[in-house]
Write a protein that binds this ligand. Structure first.
Ligand code: CTP
Length: 228
């Protein structure tokens, strides 16, 4: 019988029986105003895709639900679900979550969408245009309400100030097990950057400082801490 460590890394979790089914979201959402215009944000999907890749390499079964991005999905996904809007993402995620052992919401979901969608392209007028926006669903909060005691739920907190306070408030409000707090005020980390630095807060009071590093390394640490 060969030693378990003689197998490639991605088989070790399977052989040890520690492989889990995990749902990861990534990228921005787009909220349409008319057929050619939308509201969105600067997310590129790099952090979520790095998490998906790290989870695959650790031997887990990964479903990736992704907003529109230009990067390529990692090889070895169990499922890749492309979505456009927050409503699409909410539907895809809530349908799959009951069957998952864990979920990490890394997507930069738009908090608001245009209250009215114009099926015809809006024409400009001489006056200013005032847009009315309505709230989208807080998908992570919905998952927190659905969560069973054997499921692990993690989110991200993108903050420019009061990092710890705001992240812990989100952990509590959304009924999470973990939250990765991201300082998005510096241009060398967070949105659209290839590197990141996060502080991972656990429901049980655990605090892990993940220092500035490529997103792939941050992702490996997050997967190891959350799923071990
Ligand atoms: N999130 C979500 N649905 C939304 C908004 C956010 O599921 N409509 C998730 C994100 O994927 C992230 C977490 O909630 O994991 C926190 O997102 P963030 O933008 O930091 O915070 P918000 O909850 O939107 O609060 P605020 O914008 O007031 O900071």
């Amino acid at each position: 019988m060969p030693q378990i460590t003689a197998y490639p890394a991605q088989y070790i979790a399977v052989l040890r029986g520690t492989s889990v089914k995990i749902l990861i979201t990534a990228g921005p959402t787009r909220e349409a105003l008319d057929p050619v215009r939308f509201l969105s944000n600067r997310s590129t999907g790099k952090m979520g895709y790095a998490l998906a890749e790290a989870a695959i390499e650790a031997g887990h079964t990964v479903s990736l639900v992704s907003g529109p991005v230009v990067i390529t999905a990692p090889e070895g996904l169990a499922e890749f679900v492309p979505v456009i809007s927050a409503a699409d993402m909410a539907e895809a995620v809530k349908k799959r979550f009951p069957d998952m052992d864990a979920a990490i919401m890394c997507a930069a979901v738009a908090d608001y969408r245009p209250a009215e969608f114009s099926p015809l392209k809006l024409k400009k007028k001489d006056d200013d245009l005032i847009l009315r926006l309505e709230r989208t669903e807080d998908i992570l909060k919905s998952l927190g309400a659905m969560k069973k005691s054997n499921q692990i739920l993690a989110g991200f907190a993108a903050e420019t100030d009061h990092l710890k306070e705001n992240a812990l408030a989100k952990l509590e409000k959304k009924n999470l097990d973990w939250i990765a707090a991201n300082d998005v005020s510096a241009s060398d980390r967070g949105f659209a950057s290839s590197s990141n630095a996060v502080t991972l807060f656990g429901r049980n009071g655990a605090v892990h400082q993940l220092d500035y590093a490529p997103k792939k390394e941050i992702a490996e640490e997050i997967i190891r801490i959350i799923l071990d």
